[in-house]
Design a protein around this ligand. Structure first.
Ligand code: PEP
Ligand code: MN
Length: 344
């Protein structure tokens, strides 16, 4: 069962609905960081009189007895969309959010110089991996906590909030201490203990799509985070594995307008991993924003051929400026024309 409060319902009205339900033995999950509060009620047979009596409680807008497989993530839980605020950047609003930085943090000086460059070119968030999920155990695995310290230092110097990956439940507290947004990588989209661990922290989560995951599986992974109480989830389409080896992955741009219909969560596109090829990053960034994405996450490097990870898909820092300009131009055009029909 799903209870949606009125947009102007007070916090006390929401609390009294929660108390009423917990008092009757129900487990509830609430999302309330932006917009109207939504209360999900777990399992158990719901007595026939409950929905009509809830409907009469002050502040309740409507009650759904049989919501979808991802009731808290579904668009109808928050029809006007969720905006995730990170520092001064709103992800999910009308302006595309630009996240850029190296795949992996190499040195503090290099990270600082990349951060200054991407900021100058219009990025408002810095990415950089400290814990890296590498296919080979012999590849560089990242600097770990030292890398997180470098990120925090560079944030201090540049003012750019930082996005970085967390791979294990036991690392969540440490990564949350340093980062502004925690990234769950493609390979961990279905790491349910990790999803539960980030569901209880007070930091936004960028949830990448598993490269062999369906949209429904992805939204159910998001639901884990929402159900644990963290509704600041950003979805990231980063490409799926297809039969075609011509590109590293296939950026599934179908996902973008589909997600805009299915969920209220903001959606960003990763054209770097989605293509694996630097020369495709600009056109697929433009296409992602045209499809309705709320932002981009892009890998950049001063010397991509020397990069310790993902060089072939990393753009030269100076190529970011045009991508950002195009994203804003296309974003304002799309916004003005309102291409997305949001179901009532
Ligand atoms: C990354 O962002 O560098 C990364 C490892 O991404 P993904 O999990 O999408 O492969
Ligand atoms: Mn990478």
């Amino acid at each position: 069962m799903l209870i949606t409060m009125k947009a102007d319902a007070s916090a006390q009205a929401t609390d009294s609905v929660i108390d009423m339900l917990t008092g009757r033995g129900f487990e509830v999950h609430t999302i309330r960081s932006s917009g109207a509060a939504v209360i999900g009620v777990n399992g158990m047979p719901i007595p026939g009189d409950l929905a009509p009596s809830l409907q009469r409680v002050a502040g309740v807008d409507y009650v759904q007895l049989h919501p979808s497989k991802y009731p808290l993530a579904a668009r109808n839980a928050r029809p006007h969309g969720t905006v995730v605020q990170v520092g001064e950047t709103a992800i999910g609003g009308s302006e595309p959010a630009i996240i850029a930085g190296p795949c992996v943090i190499e040195t503090r000086d290099q990270l600082l110089s990349i951060a200054r460059d991407v900021k100058r070119h219009g990025a408002t968030l810095l990415r950089g991996g400290a814990f890296k999920p590498r296919t080979s155990p012999y590849s560089f695995q990242g600097h770990g906590e030292l890398g997180l310290e470098m990120l925090a230092d560079v944030r201090e110097e540049t003012g750019l909030p930082v996005v970085t990956e967390v791979m294990e439940p036991g690392q969540v507290e440490m990564v949350a201490h340093y980062a502004d947004v925690l990234q769950i990588g493609s390979r961990n989209m279905m790491n349910f203990p990790l999803l539960r661990a980030v569901s209880t922290i007070d930091k936004p989560v960028l949830l990448k799509r598993g490269f062999a995951a369906t949209i429904e599986e992805w939204l159910q992974s998001a639901e884990y985070i929402l159900a644990g109480g963290n509704d600041r989830v950003i979805l990231c389409e980063r490409g799926i594995r297809s039969f075609d080896q011509a590109t590293r992955f296939t950026l599934d741009l179908n996902a973008v307008p589909l997600l805009r219909e299915l969920t209220h969560l903001p959606v960003v596109v990763d054209p770097s991993h989605g293509t694996g090829r630097r020369e495709m990053v600009a056109p697929m960034s433009a296409a992602g924003i045209a499809a309705g994405a709320h932002g981009l996450i892009i890998e950049v490097h001063p010397e991509p051929d020397e990069a310790m990870c993902d060089g072939p898909q990393s753009i030269y820092v100076d190529d970011l400026a045009n991508i950002v300009a195009q994203a804003h131009a296309i974003g304002s055009l799309m916004h003005a024309q309102s291409p997305i029909t949001i179901p009532a």
